[in-house]
Design a binder for this molecule. Structure first.
Ligand SMILES: [Zn+2]
Length: 102
C-alpha cells in the first residue's frame, strides 16, 4: 500500500488513511487516532483569492451581508464567517512576526 504523505490536521499523526473523495473532488483522509476525516485542501468558495478582501471592503462601505453575498457570489454563511474572523483578529493584541505577543 502506498504511503500517504499526509499528516492529520488535528493531531499531526501520520496514521492517516484515504477516505474517499469530497464533493469538490479533493481526496479525503481519515486519522486513526481521532477517527476524524479531513481534507488537505479545503476548497470552498470563500477562500478564493480576493474574496475575503472584497467582503471586508463591502462591509466598510456599508453593504449588508445579503448584498455582499449576492454581489460576490458566495453564501451568506461564508460572508458572516469571514466577518467574524476579522473581528476576532482585530480584538487580539499586537503580535510580532513570530506570532507571539509582544
Ligand atoms: Zn488525528
Amino acid at each position: 500500500m502506498a504511503r500517504i504523505d499526509v499528516q492529520c490536521r488535528y493531531c499531526n499523526s501520520e496514521l492517516v488513511y484515504k477516505h474517499g473523495y469530497a464533493r469538490s473532488g479533493e481526496p479525503r483522509y481519515r486519522c486513526r487516532n481521532g477517527q476524524r476525516s479531513f481534507q488537505m485542501a479545503y476548497r470552498y468558495e470563500g477562500n478564493t483569492a480576493g474574496i475575503p478582501e472584497k467582503i471586508v471592503e463591502m462591509a466598510m462601505n456599508g453593504s449588508g451581508v445579503r448584498d455582499t453575498s449576492r454581489v460576490l457570489g458566495v453564501s451568506i454563511t461564508t460572508v458572516i464567517a469571514h466577518l467574524k474572523k476579522i473581528k476576532a483578529r482585530q480584538g487580539q493584541p499586537a503580535t510580532d512576526s513570530s506570532g507571539h505577543g509582544v
